[in-house]
Design a protein around this ligand. Sequence first.
Ligand code: FAS
Length: 387
Amino acid sequence: MVVLGAGPAGLVLGNILVDRGIDCVVLERAERAHVETRARAGFLAPETVRILDRHGLSEGLHRRGRLHGTCEFRTEDGRFRLDYSGLGQREQHTVYPQQELVTDLLARFLSRGGRIRFGTEAVAVRGADGERPEVAVREADGRPGAWRARYVAGCDGRHGAARRSLPAGAVRHHRDHGVTWLGLLAEAPTSLDAVGYAVHERGFAGHMARTSEVTRYYLQCERGTEADAWSDERIWDELDLRMRARDYGPLRRGRVAERSVVGLESDVLEPLRHGALFLVGDAAALISPSAAKGANLAVLGAELLARALTDDLTTGNSEGLDAYSARCLTHVWRAQEFSHWMIGLLHGPSGTDGESLFLNSLRRSRLTSLRTSLSRQNWFAEHYVGV
Ligand code: FAS
């Protein structure tokens, strides 16, 4: 078994396979230090925690993670809070930075005898329609190399080799949501005891806990904005403005330690299986960070595939593998649908043409029904926390 990529998908898959005695090697193009420090997601769904619990991978998150169950919306129609932990399935997120989870997964994988090759970039997957596909790689010393296995799991993200190796005819559903966020990591404690969503005529702003000293913020910006274009002071002044600090209290400022520009896009590849090649996580489907689903879908897909591979390789029962794509896509599309709804809830066009006015009125109506309707709030909680 060859697994491409040491992100959440590849490392959860690798841990479960090694735990079940299935020989697998993870090929990762980055160095270990980069993999263990790359800050991305931070909100783990309860189902994700249950999966990690089942496979003995959750010790770190239970020790250092924090439960989180409240959203606060700040809009032109005022402020309201949703305690989603008391709604829907009555569940909460666990706030645990993705880089800490990946570090835990990596340590566990190696302690279980898992093999990983850092600095090894997969270039292409060949012969996926055969019995022994080959993964062509560029070894750490730049030399070409090749790995063969019965199966290959493409856990190498949206720009990886697995996607590049798909046969003609693979379908890609794609949507550019036309929204761009400046993703920020601030060396400052949280300013709210909730996930903050601010909807302002100047654009969206978001606030999400990461650790007790670091908070993630998002600022909607123009497409084409350079990550370093805004000074720290301009970022904080704009966040204050959009989060209505004057009405609801100042934000706790600090150095902006990391910036990234994220164009909100979504895509889904279908099917997720091409012979002996399987796609998992972002390699299978990219989802906008608006609803904090990406890393959670990666873990869910990894367990689905690990179970199917185990059945096939230990008992010869290939039903799970045959069903993997359809099962995984059911979860993917449900998450995509909610994520799409969230984008419409938090962003409205700024124009004064009829279409923009109509879409903005829809947005305000969605927020009003979320503020006033218990059934809508239960629906929101179930989908916001669910995967
Ligand atoms: P990953 O991209 O995490 O891992 C892929 C791995 O493959 C990487 O280590 C890469 O180095 C390696 N790789 C790539 N090409 C390769 C090749 N050719 N050969 C070998 N290795 C290769 N999701 C959430 O749920 N909540 C959030 O709040 C959130 N915030 C985000 C913020 C930002 C700025 C970004 C960019 C993403 C965010 N995401 C969030 C989404 C993100 O967390 C992904 O969904 C998650 O990392 C997906 O995990 P993987 O599928 O394992 O892919």
